[in-house]
Design a protein around this ligand. Structure first.
Ligand code: ATP
Length: 370
């Protein structure tokens, strides 16, 4: 096993109510890596986290810091190098200081040292001023900071976060995410976070695991998974609204030329790693995330360039600093654009120019070869 692999599991299986709710052949986590685990409700995300933290009866081979973990002694030792934060802060009665110190107390850290360590982590989470407050008087955001400080005080090798930001309002969440990222980078803590919120992931995570029906559908760096989903099912879950069936052929420059079915529109797409064409022309599908579709007022981009289209806005949805558009360019597409790109409010029926960057267009593996 590679030196910097902190956690690994082979042939993991969890059975509940007579049904296998988790089945994973192999997963590994490297030191300092932040992994986001996402997927629809009931996909098995929390079960995976709990199984890895030895909080869920399961079958499989577990490795922690290079050691095969089997038997209660080894499990207990591994458990002591892990910490978990849940959606609900789950604080015990008492002050913030007492809550942060509780794990240290259980691990036998003596009085003064324990208070010093707890104070250090309260300070790191910017809640030192709340040390003596009864936790019942804390806001949701403050309580979650106490919960994170309590976990970090154990200086875990692996930190498990199960949807820790769910109950926080946007500014509280944004501040905590930013501070947590710095803290985890500083400590080099390997972190696994279950999350539904795709907006957290590009900032926090190095890698995404997409789960469905108890198994892993895709694992990879954040950008790769978001831009190049392996299947239509994963793409749809990850919010890729633009998915078009069409015909793929190889262009002279090595890129793909993709003709969207039943239109005369041809897209140029950069070839992804490992993508090869099996025949002269194949039926498959292409996709692009709405945020990568560049939408501008009419005639503000050169129309003769590849992947530039003129289209008509069919619907505008204002979203604060963004507009979400439905646009007809000969085929229908969704786009997300910053309000700063438009000098005046765009309306239904307006003509716009649209550019689809070739490197952001993903071609699915062909399903039917000619
Ligand atoms: N005790 C149980 N008996 C039977 N099935 C169970 C039991 N506990 C969990 N399950 C099932 O296991 C599956 C995975 O549950 P899990 O909580 O891990 O999903 P999840 O991806 O975390 O979901 P969510 O996003 O809703 O929190 C679900 O279908 C759930 O109904």
């Amino acid at each position: 096993m590679k030196q910097d692999v902190v956690l690994a599991v082979d042939n993991l299986s969890v059975v509940k109510g007579g049904r296998e709710i988790l089945s994973i052949s192999r997963l590994t986590w490297h030191k300092g890596e932040f992994t986001a685990i996402t997927g629809p409700n009931g996909a098995g995300k929390s079960t995976l986290l709990k199984a890895l933290a030895f909080l869920e009866p399961s079958r499989g081979r577990f490795f922690f810091n290079g050691e095969h973990i089997a038997g209660s002694d080894k499990i207990l030792r591994a458990r002591r190098r892990m910490a978990m934060v849940f959606q609900d802060p789950l604080l015990l009665r008492g002050t913030a200081m007492e809550n942060v110190a509780i794990g240290l107390k259980i691990r036998g850290v003596r009085g003064r040292q324990r208070r010093q360590q707890a104070r250090y982590w309260l300070d790191k989470l910017n809640i030192a001023h709340l040390a003596d407050r009864d936790v019942r008087t804390l806001s949701g955001g403050e309580a979650q900071r106490v919960s994170i400080a309590r976990a970090m005080a154990l200086e875990p090798d692996v930190l498990f976060l199960d949807e820790p930001f769910t109950y926080l309002d946007m500014p509280t969440k944004a501040a905590l995410i930013s501070e947590l990222k710095d803290l985890l980078t500083e400590t080099g803590t390997t972190t696994l976070m279950v999350s539904h919120d795709l907006t957290d992931m590009p900032f926090l995570a190095d890698r995404i695991i997409v789960m469905m029906d108890g198994s892993v559908k895709q694992v990879g760096p954040v950008e790769e998974v978001l831009v190049r989903p392996k299947s239509r099912q994963v793409a749809e879950f990850l919010g890729v609204e633009n998915i078009w069936p069409g015909f793929l052929r190889q262009g002279a420059d090595g890129n793909w030329l993709f003709s969207i079915e039943k239109t005369n529109c041809v897209l140029t797409a950069e070839r992804g790693k490992g993508q090869n064409l099996t025949g002269p022309e194949v039926l498959t599908a292409a996709c692009i995330r709405p945020e990568y579709v560049l939408t501008c007022p009419e005639a503000s981009i050169e129309l003769n360039a590849p992947n530039v289209f003129r289209g008509v806005i069919r619907a505008v949805f204002p979203l604060g600093y963004y507009y979400r558009f439905k646009i007809d360019v000969g085929f229908n597409l969704s786009a997300l654009a910053s309000v700063t790109q438009f000098p005046k409010l765009p309306r239904q029926g307006d003509t716009v120019s649209v550019f689809l960057p070739p490197e952001k267009i993903h071609i699915f593996d062909p399903v039917v070869a000619n």
